[in-house]
Design a protein around this ligand. Structure first.
Ligand SMILES: Nc1ncnc2c1ncn2[C@@H]1O[C@H](COP(=O)(O)OP(=O)(O)OP(=O)(O)O)[C@@H](O)[C@H]1O
Length: 269
């Protein structure tokens, strides 16, 4: 795993590390024409990488460009400057190499749990038997086997998000990209989903880039936390969370990490 990388975000011409699963290289984004009235410099020279199998959380104050960065990595919008590499290849649009999970679940209401989980596999070259087996595995992984015939409307928020996670993992992506995935559920469910996600991560070895507002969530989950600053959005510091999992919220080390990250977020421009 990579260590603390306090200078990330600066102009860094060094090539992305060979083992990087995702590498952001001088990424900038201006909404509206550069220099035009009303244009917004949402991101400026953002560089960091996520190693293969690493769990990285992205935190920062409102408006620091987390969503913008997420969309650029996902290939949903284009960067104005710089590039994103996924396993060394530039991202030019959405790809099945990434599983994307949003706060709002984005399930298909007319499909059952099973059909939602299998949706991405429809276009894969797996045989129907292999697809079915994969869906079974994913339902088992997120504990929803007995709800396979249910429709999303009958599920709780936590269950819907488990379906979304299972669906994103079904196509076996190299990278799991998550934008506030637990933002819409109650605190208790959120902590349960965090534990489940860590179990899934440990058993699948996926690379995860996870955006959150919640500093305690980031400290619970991450190997490293990329702390962003606003106006323009940039990397303030990358904090290495050097603590065994599972991490207890009552633990003094946990509180120290939370305090440190909060301080960085609140440090102003
Ligand atoms: N489509 C857009 N057009 C113009 N400006 C935009 C657009 N999307 C975002 N912005 C601006 O870019 C900046 C970064 O926004 P972004 O939503 O990426 O930040 P964020 O960190 O995700 O914010 P929040 O935590 O409040 O969701 C903000 O100043 C925002 O107003």
């Amino acid at each position: 795993m990579a260590g603390v990388n306090g200078d990330a975000g600066g102009a860094d011409d060094a090539p992305a590390p060979a083992e990087a699963s995702v590498a952001l290289d001088g990424v900038g984004k201006t909404y509206g024409g550069d220099g035009e009235e009303g244009s917004v410099r949402a991101l400026d020279d953002v560089s960091f990488s996520v190693a293969d199998g690493e769990f990285v959380c992205l935190v920062g104050p409102s408006g620091c460009g987390k969503t913008t960065l997420f969309r650029i990595v996902a290939g949903l919008i284009e960067a104005t400057d710089g590039r994103v590499l996924l396993d060394g290849t530039p991202v030019t649009g959405p790809t099945t190499e990434m599983g994307v999970v949003f706060q709002e679940y984005h399930l298909f209401p007319w499909l059952t749990v099973e059909e939602n989980v299998g949706f991405g596999l429809e276009r894969s070259d797996r045989s129907p038997v292999e697809r079915e087996r994969r869906v079974d595995e994913m339902l088992d992984l997120v504990g929803l086997t007995e709800f396979r015939d249910a429709y999303p409307k009958s599920l709780s928020g936590g269950m819907k998000q488990r379906v979304a996670i299972a669906r994103s993992l079904a196509v076996d992506p190299n990278l799991l990209l998550m934008d506030e995935p637990f933002g819409a559920v109650d605190a208790q469910t959120r902590e349960m989903l965090q534990r489940e996600l860590l179990d899934v991560w440990a058993s699948t070895g996926k690379t995860v880039l996870f955006v959150t507002h919640d500093v305690a969530e980031a400290v619970t989950l991450a190997d490293r936390i990329v702390v962003m600053a606003a106006e323009p959005g940039r990397v303030r510091e990358i904090v290495d969370v050097d603590a065994e999992r599972p991490r207890e919220r009552g633990d003094p080390t946990f509180a120290e990490y939370v305090g440190r990250v909060r301080e960085l977020i609140g440090a102003g421009p």
